[in-house]
Each structure stands twice: as structure tokens, then as C-alpha cells.
Design a protein around this ligand. Structure first.
Ligand SMILES: Nc1ncnc2c1ncn2[C@@H]1O[C@H](COP(=O)(O)OP(=O)(O)OP(=O)(O)O)[C@@H](O)[C@H]1O
Length: 686
């Protein structure tokens, strides 16, 4: 039987010694290599500094024990051991040689760079730092893009000359037929546009329609809680057709609806604009069965409720709200009134929220209207078992943030709600929360429009836009990225291409004369004349009446044969009752009135095609106001003239303002012969 004999202690020792011998041999070889490297380096570097070398605890390899750390040894020069150790700590054994030689190179370079600046203490261990340099000035592009909203940086710049023929849209039928996809706009819409004399889509429409009307059927759905559409901000010059850019897609998408619910809400700053946009919707949606309502406060509250909500007692019981209109056009004030006090009025089914003249509306804090509307759009995130009992499906009841509903909640709690499950928008349905839930979103797509859309990130953030896409219709005015970037960064606004702009400087007392000069010598008629207030409007109309009286009865011999046509001017301001304003506007549209002297009430959005001249009798105080006033003419590609009367003391400010508006487009009218007009003016006794 074999017995395991224990190995003698000597044999164990021998085995260990062999390994140690191998190890020491290798160590010697490494040391040789290092010495050879160091020698080479000495030859290649002219005046090497005393190099920090290893100072191992023991030089002699034979003294190292089995547990010895392998300490790199390069040379035996005097060097503070601490520094050496510090360097060594980071060097792996295999890379020692390389690490040290590159370190030496650093030292050598540093010494070469500054041979005279050597300090008495050894500096060799410190790396050299680059000398401070003046950085290049940031590019124009970098500066322009500072602090801009991320979405704005990805804006699509649309060439104002880009158009799309309505007839050419017939052709896209073949392209997508059979793929389950839809044409950009259907046959009915194309026919309607042609009937209205619209044969070509303008730049803003050409850019927006494909975005708002994607060919895939599911992207045009009325509800898309898991794949909601992106929001849109569009900035395009006045009179460039922004209204149709949202009216056409809304009508196209809503035409597929079966049940009438409030699916599009258009918010505008004034009643006049509400009426104008209502007319556009009615013209475009003719024959589609869509119901359009307005809420401006022109009619009684009860009348409006009956018009677009229906019988109040019934709708109190419907959890998803009720609506007699598909599209509601309103002013923000009246919208908030209905949100807070009309039972059954809900925004949960909204597919579109349009904020036209967005920069003006965003600046209005009236009843905090925007926050209230956004809260009403937000589905409740609370699961069904939290807080509210199941029957109460009305979001107004489930959502604590939805203040409009306090009236309804209290009423509803005393009634037994009828559960119309189909009446609740999918994202508003109460649910049993699970970990697998995908968040549900409202399908509402926000569309913002203005000729002077704000680029202020704070204002934009307040809207809580969803992955917004920007469209800016503006000629870049030059080649290259820098121009486009600086255009994005600056608040420069595009003007209609066919607009001619003039300004005249004068003393304040000459202003009425200059206006008469423009009317009688420069043929300014079919004109809007803007003053700074309703009171100035009334004064100027009276003065103009006196002057016309005197002027039309004055005849020189040459003029006797042909009596002068008397120019009719009328005031249009907030001092007038809505019905009076409507009548005056109608007369102006029929050209029974030549000049409308108005306050800034009609400076925005008003579309009267025959306006050929705009006169800023009182110079506008900011560029936005100027852009909107001037934009009442030269609309839809027609020609037009904008005149600004600038008092001497305002001239500097006005010119500076124009400089901010981009490259000079203005013509300054300098020589005006006022003698004849002065004479007539003196006869008015004014
Ligand atoms: N494709 C088109 N073809 C012909 N006319 C058009 C087209 N699109 C719009 N228009 C007409 O152009 C005029 C100006 O349109 P719209 O009022 O929408 O301009 P806007 O961009 O909203 O101007 P603003 O900024 O002043 O409100 C309207 O009379 C409109 O009917």
C-alpha cells in the first residue's frame, strides 16, 4: 500500500527558489532595458534635468523578499523618494519604461520652453501649463442662438415665394392610392377652394398642410392618446394666409367625425376677428355638416350657452360634457366665463386649440386664461380608486386642477350622473393604475400663429407645448447658416413683399396738414389712419370734416369746371357700440367710406382686401405695433403703402426702431409743398 510521504522541507524551498530565480532574472532584464532607454534619452535631449528616479527601499535584488512589491528602478541619481513614489503609483509594471520616458520628455520640453525661468527648487516634477491665450470671439451664429428655445433652433425657415397649386394636388391621388393613405386634401376641399377662387396655396399653407395633414389615416384620428400629434408655432408676415393654414386642416380632420363634440377651439383677441374667422370657417366648411359657434360676449350669456351647449339640466348629467358645435371661436374672456359657469362645457374632446395673434394673447393675463385652459385640457392622472367614486366620470369632477367645474361638481354630486362612457375622451377615462400603463395624452394639438410670434423662451414655456415644430416664413436675406441663425435669434419680423414704406418727419402742429397732403396730393384713399387712442380718433375725424368742408368749397378758376370729390372719413374705435362698428365696417368694405380713422383696435388681423394705404398718424411705439398696422395693406400679394408721420422729437427713436427691423426699406419723404394746404387749413378756423 502506497503511503503518502511528506515532501522534505528542502524540496519545497528549492521549488520556491527556482521561481524566485526566474523572477529575479526577468527583473534584471527589465532593469537593463530601462538603463538602455535612459541612456538613449540622455543622448537625444540636449540638457536633461536631473530626472526623478526610483529610490527603492533596497537596491539589491537579492535583498528583496517574496512579498516585495515590484518597484520600478531606472537610475540611481538623487531624487526625493516621495516624488518618485507618487509617479510610480499610477504606473503599471508593464508600462513602467514607457511611463517614465514620456515623463522625462515632458520635463525636457518644459525646460527647453523656459530655460531662463528655472526656479532654484527642482521644477522637474511639475508639468508645464499652456500659456493663457485670448479665445476667439464667439461667432455671430453662436451669439444669435444664445438662450433660444430648443424647438426654435430646429425651426423650418419657409421661403415666402414657395407655393403649391391646388390643381397639382389632384396628382397626389395616384401616389398614395392603395396604400391606405390619404391625399393631402380631399376632393371636396379642393373643389371648395377652387370655388372660392383659391388656386394656389401660399407659403405658410404649403409648409403647414403636409405637417397637419399627414397621409397616414391614424395620424388624422380624432383621439390619439398614445401617439399625440406635435404642436405647431407659425410666424408669417401679415396677410400671408395664416388663417387658411389652420382652417383647412381643421375642417379636413373634423369632417370625419360622427358625433358633434367641441373638437376645435380658436381663441382670438377681438370680437371683430372672431367674426372674420367665423366667416372663413363657414366658407371653407360649407357642405361638410360641421357646426360652428362663437362666444364673444356680443349676445347674452344664456343665449350663448343655449347656442353651443344645449339644455342645461340634461348636460349636467353627462359625464363627458355636451356640445352643439364642433368648432368654437371665441375671445379669451368669454371662454373663461363659459369654462367656469357653463355646465357640460368641457375641453376634453378638443383635437385643436388655435391661438391666433398668439403674442398678443400670451401677453394678456386676463383671469389667467391660459393657465385655466391648459388645466382643462389636462387629463386626470389620478386612478379610479383614488378620491373619487366611479360614477363621477366628468373630468371636471375628477380633476382637482379644473376649477371651472366647481359649479358643476356641486350640482352633479346632488344628482345621479348618467354614465355615457362613449361621451368621455379616452385620455380622460378613469383607469385602474398598473405598472404597465403607458401615459395617456390629450389629443389636442396646439397651433400658435402670429406675424410677430414671440421668441421669448419663458413665454413659450408657459404654453407647455408638446415637441413643438416651428415654421418661420421669412426670406433669410442672405446665404448661409449665420444669416438664418441671427434671424432666429433677433426679433426681426418679415414684412409683405409688395409693401412700400415711407415716413415723414415734421413738427407736431403740421400733422393734420401732412395728412391732408397725403389725401389730396398723394391720392391716399381706401385708407386706414391709426391714431394713439379713441379720443384722438374722434378729434381727428372732426378736424378732417372741417377741412374737407373748406377745401371742397374752395375752387380756383381751373377747378371750377370740375367739382371736387369730398373725401369721407369715419371714426372706428372702442368708443362705438359693436353694432355701430359693424355698420361702419360694412360701409368701408363697400367703399362708401374712403378713410377709416381708427385706434389700434383694428391693427391686428383685420382683413379688408381693398385697403391700399395705411397711415400711422401717431407713430407706433414699438415694432410689433408697426408691423401689424402696416400689415392691413399689401395683403395676399397685393400692393400697398404704409406712411408714418413722425414728430421731430420722435424721429431718433423711430429711426432706431426701424434699424431693429432689419435692413432699410424705408423711403423718407422730405419735400412737401404745404403752402396751398395751409391756406385752406387756415379757413377751417381750427
Ligand atoms: N391661397 C390663397 N389664395 C388666395 N388668397 C388667399 C390665400 N390664402 C389666403 N388668402 C387671402 O389672403 C388674405 C389674408 O389672409 P389672412 O387673413 O389669413 O392673413 P394673415 O396671415 O392671417 O394676416 P394677419 O397676420 O394680418 O392676421 C385673406 O383675404 C385671404 O382670403
Amino acid at each position: 500500500m502506497a503511503v503518502a510521504v511528506p515532501q522534505p522541507a528542502d524540496a519545497q524551498k528549492t521549488g520556491k527558489t527556482k521561481a524566485k530565480a526566474r523572477y529575479l532574472k526577468k527583473k534584471k532584464e527589465r532593469r537593463k532595458h530601462r538603463k538602455a532607454d535612459a541612456a538613449q534619452l540622455k543622448q537625444s535631449v540636449p540638457a536633461p534635468a536631473p530626472v526623478a528616479e526610483a529610490a527603492p527601499d533596497s537596491d539589491d535584488p537579492s535583498e528583496s523578499s517574496d512579498d516585495d512589491e515590484v518597484v520600478p528602478v531606472v537610475a540611481k541619481d538623487k531624487e526625493p523618494p516621495r516624488k518618485r513614489r507618487k509617479t510610480d503609483v499610477t504606473d503599471s509594471e508593464d508600462e513602467e519604461g514607457l511611463a517614465i520616458s514620456s515623463f522625462n520628455e515632458d520635463i525636457a520640453l518644459a525646460e527647453n520652453d523656459a530655460p531662463h525661468a528655472r526656479s532654484p527648487t527642482p521644477t522637474a516634477a511639475f508639468p508645464s501649463f499652456p500659456l493663457p491665450v485670448v479665445p476667439d470671439a464667439p461667432s455671430k451664429r453662436t451669439l444669435a442662438l444664445q438662450g433660444l428655445d430648443k424647438a426654435l433652433l430646429g425651426a423650418e425657415i419657409v421661403d415666402p415665394t414657395r407655393t403649391m397649386s391646388v390643381n397639382a394636388l389632384d396628382a397626389d391621388r395616384q401616389l398614395i392610392a392603395g396604400a391606405g393613405e390619404l391625399q393631402l386634401i380631399g376632393e371636396k376641399m379642393r373643389k371648395r377652394l377652387r370655388d372660392l377662387g383659391i388656386n394656389e396655396l401660399f407659403a405658410v399653407q404649403t409648409a403647414l398642410l403636409p405637417f397637419l395633414l399627414p397621409p397616414q389615416r391614424h395620424h388624422r384620428a380624432l383621439y390619439c392618446p398614445y401617439d399625440p400629434p406635435r404642436d405647431v408655432c407659425a410666424s408669417a408676415p401679415t396677410g400671408s394666409g395664416k388663417t387658411l393654414a389652420y382652417v383647412i386642416p381643421i375642417v379636413e380632420i373634423l369632417s370625419s367625425r360622427i358625433v358633434t363634440r367641441l373638437r376645435a377651439l380658436v381663441v382670438l383677441p377681438t370680437r371683430d376677428l372672431v367674426v372674420q374667422v367665423q366667416e372663413t370657417f363657414e366658407a371653407i366648411s360649407k357642405g361638410r355638416g360641421l357646426k360652428i359657434g362663437v362666444a364673444t360676449g356680443q349676445h347674452s350669456f344664456a343665449h350663448e350657452q343655449a347656442q353651443f351647449v344645449g339644455a342645461i339640466n340634461h348636460c349636467k348629467l353627462i359625464s363627458g360634457g355636451t356640445s352643439k358645435v364642433d368648432i368654437l371661436i371665441c375671445t379669451p374672456g368669454r371662454l373663461i366665463d363659459h369654462l367656469t359657469a357653463t355646465p357640460g362645457f368641457t375641453l376634453q374632446h378638443l383635437r385643436f386649440l388655435v391661438i391666433d395673434e398668439a403674442d398678443r394673447l400670451l401677453a394678456q393675463s386676463f383671469q389667467d386664461w391660459l393657465a385655466q385652459v391648459l388645466a382643462a385640457l389636462r387629463p386626470s392622472t389620478r386612478p379610479i380608486d383614488e378620491g373619487v367614486s366611479e360614477p363621477s366620470l366628468d373630468p371636471s369632477i375628477t380633476s382637482p386642477t379644473h376649477s371651472p367645474t366647481s359649479t358643476l361638481s356641486s350640482t352633479a354630486s346632488t344628482l345621479t350622473p348618467i354614465l355615457y362612457h362613449d361621451a368621455v375622451a379616452p385620455s380622460f377615462l378613469p383607469h385602474i393604475a398598473t405598472d404597465l400603463d403607458d401615459p395617456k395624452h390629450t389629443a389636442c394639438q396646439k397651433l400658435l400663429f402670429s406675424a410677430t410670434l414671440t421668441r421669448d423662451p419663458a413665454r413659450i414655456a408657459a404654453l407647455g407645448l408638446r415637441d413643438a415644430k416651428y415654421f418661420i416664413v421669412q426670406g433669410s436675406g442672405g446665404e448661409g447658416d449665420d444669416t438664418a441663425a441671427s434671424m432666429l435669434g433677433s426679433e426681426e419680423f418679415a414684412m409683405p413683399a409688395a409693401l412700400k414704406e415711407h415716413y415723414i418727419t415734421m413738427t407736431s402742429s403740421h400733422k393734420p396738414l401732412i395728412l391732408f397732403y397725403l389725401v389730396h396730393a398723394r391720392g391716399v384713399s381706401n385708407a386706414l389712419v391709426f391714431t394713439k387712442s379713441a379720443a384722438s380718433t374722434a378729434r381727428l375725424v372732426t378736424l378732417f370734416g372741417f377741412f374737407e368742408e373748406a377745401y371742397s368749397t374752395t375752387t380756383t378758376e381751373s377747378e371750377a369746371a370740375e367739382p371736387k370729390k369730398r373725401i369721407i372719413a369715419q371714426a372706428y374705435s372702442s368708443d362705438l357700440a359693436p353694432s355701430e362698428r359693424k355698420t361702419i365696417l360694412e360701409k368701408f368694405k363697400k367703399q362708401e367710406i374712403d378713410i377709416l380713422i381708427c385706434s389700434d383696435l383694428v391693427a391686428r388681423g383685420l382683413d379688408i382686401p381693398h385697403v391700399a394705404h395705411v397711415v400711422s398718424y401717431d407713430a407706433p411705439v414699438d415694432l410689433r405695433k408697426y408691423v401689424h398696422r402696416a400689415g392691413r395693406t399689401a395683403r395676399a400679394g397685393c400692393a400697398g403703402d404704409a406712411w408714418t408721420l413722425v414728430e421731430d422729437q420722435e424721429a431718433r427713436f423711430f429711426k432706431e426702431m426701424l434699424r431693429g427691423a432689419g435692413p432699410g426699406r424705408f423711403e423718407q419723404v422730405v419735400r412737401i409743398a404745404l403752402a396751398k394746404l395751409k391756406e385752406a387749413y387756415s379757413r377751417t378756423g381750427a
